[in-house]
Design a protein around this ligand. Sequence first.
Ligand code: FMN
Length: 312
Amino acid sequence: LGKRVTELLGIDYPIVQGGMAWVAEAELAAAVSNGGGLGIVAAASMPPELLDKELKKVRALTDRPFGVNIMLMSPTASDAIEVAAANRVPVATTGAGSPGKVLERLKPLGTKVVPVVPTTALARRVERQGADAVIVEGCEAGGHIGELTTMVATPLVVDAVDIPVIAAGGIADGRGMAAAFALGAEGVQIGTRFVCSSECRVHENYKLAILNAKDRSSAVTGRPTGHPVRCIRNKLTSQFDHMEISGASVEDIEALGAGKLRAAVVDGDVDFGSVMAGQIAAMVSRIQPASEIIEEICREAEEVLSRLGSLK
Ligand code: FMN
């Protein structure tokens, strides 16, 4: 089922690790790629020199394909594209916007470009622009989110384009992966569960916050700004709630969010930092090596798929 994706990306299993600002560094990316998935370094939180260093580090740690995630909203996006070009990165995923510039600059160099899209309209547009595949991300996901759920957006996007569709948002085990395939996806992208991999270098408090999360632990902050973010409920999300209820300005709400992901990831401030994670955090119960996560999910997915023979 995942053959078009594994062949396109040169990987063993159709599992992509989500690009995650401040979280997705070289060690995690290399561990995922060495485990047979596609590891990704997130450019959003990195100045160009650091991104260059991290990409070279992944190359030193694995001989498997890997990728870079370029957040198009980020002020350093243009620099990140040039660093990705100089490093001849095998795959680029893009988030939050229209990836025209990335396609134009990186595709001629042989980089496979796989944009993250929240809607059928953007999926169609990036296919026309030459995207090699798309990642459709539902609002169950951690981080910046769109409106549609994975359950709804995946089959709609599958129907809208001919290129392979990779589903993201709310997938953390083999059941989720098999469900995504049932909806027509040919691969999955996973963020939250990989935060709890042994090789991910986020502060221990961040991992604990995910491990302790229950089904109603996640909240969405910043809706009035037009850039909503899913994270784990804490003192910061209460502050956001109060501001939104009291009709605070968009500028003030944006100011409250500034620097908060770094505070949680780097300083371990899980009370007043932004602990971005998906709803599926409730299912993540162990810290494991990335390769074990990949094997476990694929084994479970195979079992589920073989069990689902017919309706009766
Ligand atoms: N997606 C991007 O395209 N660029 C980012 O910089 C980015 N940062 C993220 C940071 C965190 C902490 C998390 C949890 C997610 C982020 N995402 C980002 C989304 C992930 O790449 C991925 O699509 C998402 O986590 C999948 O949903 P899941 O968390 O339910 O597995």
